[in-house]
Ligand binder design. Sequence first.
Ligand code: SF4
Length: 484
Amino acid sequence: MMFARWVDIIGHKTFAFRRQFSWAFHPAVQSRHNADLRILTGYSVKSPPTTSPLRPSACPGLLRVVQALDGGICRIKLEGGSIRSDQARAVAQAAQLYAGGEIEATNRANLQIRGIGVHQAALIDSLLAADLGPATAAGDDVRNLMLSPSAGIDRHMLVDTRPLAREILTSLQTHARFHELSAKFAVQLDGGEALAMLAHPHDLWLSAADLGGELSLVFGFAGCPTDRPVAAVSLQDGHALVIAVLETFLELARPDQTRMRHVLAERSPEQLLQILAKRVPLRSVDKWRRRVTAPGLHLGTYAQLQKGLVHVGVMPPLGRLNPSMLNGAARLAEQFGDASLRLTPWQSLLLPNVRQADASLVTRQLQDLGYLIDAAEPLTHLVACTGSAGCSKGLADTKGDARLLGALRKNERSQDQVHLTGCARSCACAHTAPVTLLASSNGRYDVYFRDAALPGFGALQARNLTIEAAGALLDARPRSPLDA
Ligand code: SF4
């Protein structure tokens, strides 16, 4: 079965694939079925990685284990953040057998396994066997499409985005041209759900909208659905629009231009629209603005569109799970839900399709497994990158310091997000948090408050503070005005 998948992957004879995997077409390789697979899965050790020859990536993928201080990292990109319970068990088992048992929920609603040792090949093999791999090897990096974690079940949604998302993901993975995209190039498809990440910028975003009684998709470039859209298309043209935008980007972008914002630095959105209008019928949008919903909906129990069913949201502390936490959530999803889990861009977990009557039992059991269930818990408002414990660029142990800060602030009622980052790359947070602690040395941080008028992390408040001093500064911080 695994070899069949390998053959399937080889079947996509794209230029990029042939270039990246030319070693795999050597007769000696093709004649050894089992060894083939091992070579495929082990190429991160001995063979060229799968990455765009035009815009190479150092980011981890499922087929490309990237080394960090604490071992290899394998990133498992999930379709719409969704994972079957049997797949979750496979991830937990792979982390236990072939790595240090550390699993992370990422801010793009994916999972990654850290601390991978010498058994990379076996780990990747097991994930491929669980059907967690990309449709094509070269498609792994570019399957970056974010949906709401409550897509298809949210009472407030205008559109179930999942069928269109499947079409887009298939195109991203199977059109050879799209494999020239950077691994960071990402699309957001928003169905108008209440539970929606509206702060992470995407190269292209589309949002469901009722325009004069007609369900449409408004869209914009290099931003979020809370921005002003540049135009709209009919629902039926959603896929064609995405294809047209990706093709237009690739036609206009130089190899060093990896993101839409780079192209927009040299061309106006109107110039892009002129090109797009020749390929897809566009309509103008005057007054539409995305409805902004309450924060914190990723935690707790919420009624679904489907009568009598709820989704239950919980959070692993600082986005870290161990195998028993993931196995436990999988078991509960099988027992009380539809045997699936959804990851969220808040680095949290959601169990969909739970009967209302079972919700409190499920929540209690998730808490017993180690998940945070209550927004009153300070750790649910803290986000921290790997930091110096696992990353050579980290100047401080951000995870450890975040736990300390959480304990110091346990009586603090503020629900503003605080982001601890080991360096300015800001891996853990795709948007600017209300408060950022940027490591300056071990255990010390510069403190920034978000300011809509300033770029980057915002307004610098203090330099080189200990965690205790930073906590005191946050406690004294006036509420809100800076949270633009
Ligand atoms: S933000 Fe910096 S220190 Fe933190 S994980 Fe990313 S590169 Fe490493």
